[in-house]
Design a protein around this ligand. Sequence first.
Ligand code: 5RP
Length: 257
Amino acid sequence: MDFGMKNRLSRIIKPKTGKTVMLAVDHGYFQGPTSGLRNLKDTVTPLVSLADCLFITRGMVRNCIDPRSDVPICLRVSGGPSILGELSNEDIITSLEEAIRLNVAGVGMSIFVGAKNEDRTISNLGRLINEAERYGMPVLAVTAVGKEMGRDTRYLGLACRIAAEIGAHFVKTYYCEDFYRVVEGCPVPVVMAGGKKIPEKDALQMTFNAINEGASGVDMGRNIFQSDNPVGMIKAIKAVVHKGASVDEAFEIYSKK
Ligand code: 5RP
């Protein structure tokens, strides 16, 4: 890995702990003004200084993020379908040139293993990586969005491993039982997506389990920004990810208003 690639990746995955708390706010690229992100600027502004990185689209970076903020950006560069269409029908829609102009630390796209356009999305990942490597730009592969296959260790292990084989520099997936097996089969860092909103204590427990089973952090959205205390929740998640806090300790942090 060359200097630029390593340098960008260490802006996302913090060298001190080897972990990251990415705040995912890209949901609107296929879901529109989803709950908690109707006014993205209002939601994200109090969280920006607490997140290690934002996972976000270019339109929201341009319109909702203060360019003077030093939060690293991982730019979602894939898209195409809406929630009303075939989710796997994605292509790369944001150029690497744009990513560099926005001074981002990484780019991310989804692959849809087991879905209708599996082959196209995996080929697109390969093409994005070919181009990104020329500029030292890390690529995050997002796996397992949609309902096509069960989110178990076999499926998530398959999707993450394929992403790593194609050359993704880090991978995002969902939590499952025996998550350590997913991590074991994937030689690049795995970050956990939070999924649908669940009670805060359960989300903290899931994060605690993922970290203990080898995750390199989280790229979490709804369980932070749909919480009744998003600032408390991101602080609590950070305590688990970076400081090894217990679920009870973290819940206490979340509960402080
Ligand atoms: C959807 C994404 C989201 O960023 C990802 O699902 C993380 O958000 P959440 O924690 O709300 O699941 O990549 O395509």
